[in-house]
Design a protein around this ligand. Structure first.
Ligand SMILES: [Zn+2]
Length: 419
């Protein structure tokens, strides 16, 4: 087959907009399937792609469309790798309508072969299939902070990148371990990496134009950095695995008047819950989780660090390991999915979109989900054919009001915070 080369349209436009002489630039390409498919970059790519690397040189034709191909090949030929890796040569130009175009050539020890090129389109065209349900151009300007990039936070980050959200700050100080792989969006290729950076790379695969910054911090120890990021965001998403971080983030979201979404799985992911905090308009995290209303819903323990936080120091290793009881990735997925829907509703607020009716439905601030009839749901009836009784695999919105005596948000029961 004729080799196929994918190029970011934005990079070709950049190349064409540069003034002055034509220079060969140091790019890199990634080859797949016996060097028949290439992803070529005119410079260092923003994420870490897969494939075998090979050199890529990029240049542009002059104003008349001319390129001295022979001279170019002569310059490149000296760089042919003795182990047989090809060199991808990109020649940027414009077509008869003045639109950017790009030719690609594959140079190996055996000679030069032409290749078909395809553009990875610009941002505006990448998400055209989302229009109607989402206001793509408005979402590209939105900024989301996500705390916790584990099995709950990582799929949320990826989904929001898919939806075309433009700006993200990811916070987590954990690295990807073998035990995480079965429930995480990242795989064995990312073992040992910070979850933030590995997830960022996955997000950039879905939206190469997303602006994703990362903070490898313990939010409980870096509150001023968290405060700065939250102050600048449109929505805070909390998928961390400890109460202290959620209480801290609750205070910070209230201080900055930012809507926050909290999600968690209960023991062995038998179910989970999602809380939306609209500062001063609904219950805050403390109103709900200090009320006793949801006692008996113990959080899932999926990390050794969580077990160590609640166990005495002298406990033996075996006991720690028996406390770590995780559910399946498919048990976490509904909770992450609900948080994505609620995030898109919040980020689309004030814009007429297909999400508007979902907003009308999500009248509650607190939702409960059950995966299996165990733990908090042990006494629930079987699902059967009725829909008039509680059952697994359905969402339930609970009416929980602000607590006038809440130690965090009580005392300002007016619509806006007291100053
Ligand atoms: Zn409160």
């Amino acid at each position: 087959m004729t080799p196929l080369v994918y190029v970011l349209e934005e990079q070709v436009r950049d190349l064409l907009s540069q003034m002055g002489d034509v220079h060969l630039l140091d790019g890199v390409a990634y080859g797949f399937d016996d060097w028949t498919v290439f992803h070529a970059y005119t410079g260092k790519p923003s994420s870490t792609p897969a494939g075998f690397t090979c050199p890529c040189v990029a240049t542009r034709s002059d104003a008349t469309g001319f390129i001295d191909e022979e001279k170019l090949m002569e310059q490149v030929r000296g760089h042919i790798d003795p182990d047989g890796r090809p060199i991808v040569v990109l020649v940027a130009g414009t077509d008869t309508r003045g639109s950017p175009s790009c030719r690609a050539l594959i140079l190996t020890g055996k000679g030069v072969a032409g290749a078909d090129t395809r553009f990875v389109p610009r941002r505006s065209e990448l998400f055209t299939r989302n229009t109607g349900l989402l206001e793509v151009s408005a979402l590209a300007d939105k900024k989301v902070v996500i705390v916790g990039l584990g099995s709950g936070g990582s799929p949320i980050a990826l989904e929001l990148a898919r939806a075309g959200i433009g700006h993200f700050t990811l916070m987590d100080f954990d690295r990807l371990e073998l035990g995480n792989i079965s429930r995480h969006v990242c795989g064995v290729n990312d073992l040992g990496r910070y979850k933030t950076l590995a997830v960022r790379d996955q997000m950039l695969q879905k939206n190469p134009y997303a602006d994703v910054s990362t903070l490898e911090i313990n939010v409980n120890q870096s509150l001023s950095q968290v405060e700065d990021a939250v102050a600048a965001c449109d929505l805070l998403i909390v998928a961390s695995d400890n109460d202290q971080s959620r209480f801290n983030l609750n205070q910070i979201s209230l201080n900055n008047n930012k809507v926050a979404l909290y999600g968690r799985a209960i023991t062995r992911a038998a179910g989970g819950d999602v809380l939306r905090v609209r500062p001063w308009k609904g219950p805050c995290y403390n109103c709900v989780f200090s009320s006793g209303l949801i006692d008996g819903r113990e959080e899932e323990m999926s990390q050794k660090r969580q077990a160590l936080a609640v166990l005495p120091a002298y406990i033996e290793e075996g006991k720690i390991n028996t406390m770590i009881q995780v559910g399946l990735s498919s048990d976490i997925a509904p909770i992450a999915n609900m948080m994505v829907k609620m995030a898109l509703v919040e980020l689309s607020r004030g814009i007429e979109t297909g999400m508007s009716t979902v907003d009308e439905d999500l009248a509650s601030d607190f939702y409960v989900w059950a995966n299996r009839r165990e733990e908090a749901y042990a006494n629930w009836p079987r699902m059967g054919f009725k829909w008039t009784h509680p059952s697994i695999l359905r969402w339930y919105g609970a009416r929980i009001d602000r607590d006038p005596d809440c130690l965090v948000c009580g005392g300002h029961l007016e619509e806006t915070p007291a100053t």
